[in-house]
Design a protein around this ligand. Sequence first.
Ligand code: ZN
Ligand code: ZN
Ligand code: FE
Length: 749
Amino acid sequence: MKRSAAEIKVTGIVQGVGFRPHVYRLANKLGLAGWIINTTNGVTIRVEGRAKDIKGFVRELQTSPPPLAYIESLRTKKIQPEGYSAFFIQKSSQSLDADISIPPDVGTCPDCLKEYNDPNNRRYGYPFTNCVNCGPRFSIIRASPYDRKNTSMNVFRMCADCAGEYEDPANRRFHAEPNACPTCGPQLLLTLPDGRAYNGDIRALLKAGKILAVKGIGAYHLACDAKNDKAVRLLRKRKKRQTKPFALMCRDLDVVRKNCELSLKEEELLTSPARPILLLKKRQTSMLCDEIAPGLDTLGVMLPYTPLHYGLFDDDISILVMTSANISGDPLIITEREAYSKLGFLADFFVVNKREIVNRADDSVVMSFMDMPYFIRRARGYVPQGIHLPCKVDPIFAAGGDLKGTFAYASDKKAVISQYFGDLGNLENFEAFKEGVRFFGEFLQIKPQSVACDIHPGYISTRFASAYAKELSVPLIKVQHHKAHFASAMADNALNESVLGVICDGTGYGEDGTIWGCEVFHGNYQEIKRVGSLESFLQPRGDEIIKYPLQMASVLLYSLWKDEDKVMRVLPGCKRLLPFVKAQVGSKTLCIESSSCGRLFDAAAAICGFTAMVSYEGEAAMRLESLAHYSPEVEPYSYSIHEGSIMRLSWGFLSEMADDKLQGTEASILAARFHTTFINALAEMVSKLAVKYKTDKVVFSGGTFQNRFVIKRLAERLKAMDIMPYFHRQVPTNDSGLALGQLMIAANR
Ligand code: ZN
Ligand code: ZN
Ligand code: FE
């Protein structure tokens, strides 16, 4: 038989994902000899044997790689056979392995779940079962390279059975760093709030309506039976969380389907290795109480993602509330010490274990849009997966914004975005953010040559960036908030040319000292010009106004009409406010000029009847959207667009909306008309500018585009006009996507 040989170089996500054992098994199956080795940018394989088998080997590698692998390129070269008699895995040197990127945490794979449920398996019922295809990763890594000794599993010594699996190239647990079993791994412990062990059954406690603090992959959760209204209400009361929706964990897909509408794409996302919280449309027939997500037409749902979670369910428990176990606004709780001291009053029992969480990571929140994941919060399961950049950049750090703390490191054609740290205005969140910067900086070994941040002088992230730049002796580059959004959406869609961009959000510091928040730009990473905007209005100064939609509506309607009685008829309940409002309107000291989209939506929500104080960010707009979904097909109000050096969209249609309300029109119709007007007006403005600037590409970014009603219809409308809309794909459209845009602009300056 004539022997052939080939050298195959593969790049992509091929390390830490079971690629080598996969190749080993494949080579053995086809009777090929040779070896495989990890290299700095992928793997190199050498195979010898029959030409036909080598061909088959390459084909199968391409068509069915291991589940978590992603092959970016595969090059084959014919070489001289060297006469190997078997296939083996070559040890790679430390320095070579150092380049491995940090893998994200992975939800339990079907093989491990099977073992967990098999009474004859040695891992039957073991909550920490994992393998090379699943288990904790990012959350347990302390240092580079990703090796057991550098993870928090290092304190558990593998038993002979586990070590055998770990060493065996043919085994699914070959180099599965967190490998563990009931004999040698961490154990589940049920305790009372004072830390004493409690001899009881977790599921029985849940059934009895108890609230449990459960240590998971990236943080603690608070869990209770979602079908027990009393338990849900108690959890709200104890957590002092008024109306912010709770996330749910469902036992299986059937349970999800019973409560939510679920498309095939959504099903795919729910069961994907990242196991995110998915925003789904709640079924009207769902028996779950409104208290889970007050006033909203969606539920945030996830599936179990560690065997520990599977163990929380049985025939009677099918849905749990699973909310992050932090005191509202504080960082996620990850240690037992903190859990007992801070959650003692919140949880009745604690489910803990000795596997230390090194890097905290919230559950990710996504929705399905245009059959793609669309991020609200990018954390567990996705972080720290890299993002490919459309152009090369020198090593750089970007500090992001304050409200949704996230930073980014980038170099060459890759950016790594941190997990979400929450509002940096909270000192503890800022501490966690700094800890994250230190960890990523060391792990990625990127020495920034410049630092980027927002232009807002009061931002904590700006001050941090300035200190960091000083420490590194590198330039600090400040990037305007909405321009960063624009560049972020461009990079997220691999665009590297001049395009249009529409950025709509709540608050951002404008270049002219006013507040921006509904802006149209034209340009690229080097040069961005503001070409359109919402006509500005006066908004009361200070951050407090975001909590008071009623006040915002009063200010806008009063400045339109100057008619107290009429404002009061539209907004019963604003009487008390009117004296202040009258003083504010027209006073440059009490008000600031603003083109904030968020405040416009707040005002519209108040006109539709949501006049309460907002208890979480974006609540008014989310309730307005939920209302609109009940009346999808409506006539818009009339609107006007003023052309000039900057095209201005008038918000005067709020007046017609208010009149509509005085006619007795239903709130859901008002909400839908408001949405439709906004969508049509934006689309018209975009189409005019597209002609003017000779482009058919428009990117969209900013928190407003979390609104499903807006993005779906806007995308359809623009496509009908032969304009290609680009929404975010890998980073959130809200402020936690800012860092990506900041670094793109700063790196191209
Ligand atoms: Zn597994
Ligand atoms: Zn073991
Ligand atoms: Fe923003």
